[in-house]
Design a protein around this ligand. Structure first.
Ligand code: GTP
Ligand code: MG
Length: 315
C-alpha cells in the first residue's frame, strides 16, 4: 500500500477541511510544480532529483532541509531500482511526514502558565485570543495578562479580544512595569483557581538586549509567584515570512528556553514548506498553527493533515 493511500485512509475520519483550505496556497504551488515535473520529466534521473529540489525550495523548505530530503530520497529509492516517478513522489511525501514528531499538549492539574513571545507583528496577541478561545471551548478557565505595556494599543487589543471571548484580562497602567502586571495576573489566577494563564509580551523594545532583559525578569517573577518557570514558553512566528521566521526562531532560541512554536499566517502563503524546516532544524514541537484570523483558526498542528493538505491533488 502506498504512503498516499495510507495517509488518505488515516485522514478520512478526521475531516481535514480546515487544513485543506488553510494550506490552499502551498498546495496549489507545490502540486502544480510536481504535476508539471511528472508530465515533462517522467524518468527518474539526476535531472529529476534536481527539479524536485527546486520545487522544495520554492515551497520554502530551505536549502539545508531540501538537500537532506533529496539525499534521503535517493537512499530510499536505491532499494527500488525500477521505481516510477509517481512512486518517488510518494516516497518524498513519506519523508516529509517523517520530519515531524507527534506532539500532544499535556496540561498539569492546577494553573498552567503560558508565556507567549516573538517579534512584533508575528501574531502573539491574536494567537493568545485564539488559545483562550480553544481552551475555553475545552471547558478550561482562562485569564489573559497584558504584559506588553510598551504600546498602549497592545493592551487595548488584548482587552478587546478577551472581552469578546468572555475571558478576564489583567492589565496595568500605561507604561507599567510588565513584571508587576504579570504578578497581579498570577495572583488573580491563584485566587480564582484558573487553569490557563496566557501572558502577552512586547515584540519590540528599544533594542534586543532590553527585550531579553525584560523577558528574563518576567521569567523570574513567574518562578517566584507560580513556583516554577512558565510551564510553556511558546514563540509565535509569522509563517508567511518562511525561512526568515526560522532564522528569527534560531536567534530567540539561543537566548531563551522555548518549548513550543506557534506558526501563524500559513493561510496567506505558499511557503508552508517552512514547517518541515522548522521541525527538523529547531527540534522544538509545533503545538498549534494559525490558518486565519478568526478565533477558531488556531488549530493543533497535525502533521498527517498538513502533508495530506499539500499533496491532496496528487493522491
Ligand atoms: N491571515 C492570518 N492573519 C493572522 C494570523 N495570525 C495573526 N494574524 C494577523 O496578523 C496581524 C498581527 O497580529 P498581532 O496578534 O497583533 O501580532 P503581535 O505579535 O501581537 O504584534 P505586536 O503586538 O505588534 O508585537 C493581525 O492583523 C492579525 O489578525 C493567521 O493565522 N492568519
Ligand atoms: Mg501584540
Amino acid at each position: 500500500m502506498s504512503f498516499f493511500s495510507t495517509l488518505k485512509d488515516k485522514l478520512l475520519p478526521k475531516n481535514p477541511d480546515q487544513y485543506v483550505s488553510g494550506f490552499e496556497k502551498t498546495q496549489a504551488s507545490f502540486v502544480s510544480k510536481i504535476k508539471a515535473l511528472l508530465i515533462n520529466s517522467p524518468i527518474v534521473d539526476e535531472r529529476f532529483y534536481a527539479q524536485i529540489n527546486d520545487v522544495l525550495l520554492k515551497s520554502d523548505v530551505g536549502v539545508e532541509t531540501a538537500s537532506y530530503l533529496i539525499i534521503a530520497l535517493k537512499k530510499k529509492a536505491s532499494a527500488y531500482p525500477f521505481c516510477s516517478a509517481d512512486e518517488l513522489i510518494d516516497m518524498l511525501a513519506q519523508l516529509m511526514r517523517a520530519s515531524f514528531n507527534d506532539y500532544e499538549l499535556t496540561l498539569k492539574d492546577g494553573t498552567n502558565v503560558f508565556l507567549i513571545v516573538g517579534v512584533n507583528g508575528a501574531g502573539k496577541t491574536t494567537s493568545i485570543a485564539k488559545l483562550g478561545y480553544y481552551f475555553k471551548t475545552q471547558g478550561k478557565s482562562v485569564v489573559t495578562i497584558a504584559a506588553d505595556t510598551f504600546r498602549a494599543a497592545a493592551v487595548q487589543q488584548l482587552q478587546t479580544w478577551s472581552d469578546r471571548l468572555g475571558i478576564p484580562c489583567i492589565y496595568g497602567k500605561e507604561n507599567a512595569d510588565p513584571s508587576s502586571v504579570v504578578v497581579d495576573g498570577l495572583r488573580y489566577a491563584q485566587e480564582h483557581n484558573i487553569d490557563i494563564v496566557l501572558i502577552d509580551t512586547a515584540g519590540r523594545l528599544q533594542n534586543k538586549v532590553n527585550l531579553m532583559e525584560e523577558l528574563a525578569k518576567i521569567n523570574r517573577v513567574i518562578t517566584k509567584v507560580h513556583g516554577t518557570p512558565p510551564d510553556f514558553t511558546w514563540m509565535v512566528l509569522d509563517g508567511s515570512t518562511g525561512q526568515h521566521a526560522l532564522k528569527q526562531a534560531e536567534s530567540f532560541k539561543d537566548l531563551i528556553n522555548i518549548n513550543g512554536i506557534l506558526c501563524t499566517k500559513l493561510d496567506g502563503t505558499a511557503k508552508g514548506g517552512m514547517l518541515i524546516a522548522l521541525s527538523r532544524i529547531l527540534n522544538v514541537p509545533i503545538p498549534f498553527i494559525g490558518l486565519g484570523e478568526k478565533p477558531e483558526d488556531l488549530v493543533p498542528f497535525d502533521p498527517d493533515a498538513f502533508i495530506y493538505s499539500i499533496t491532496k491533488e496528487l493522491i
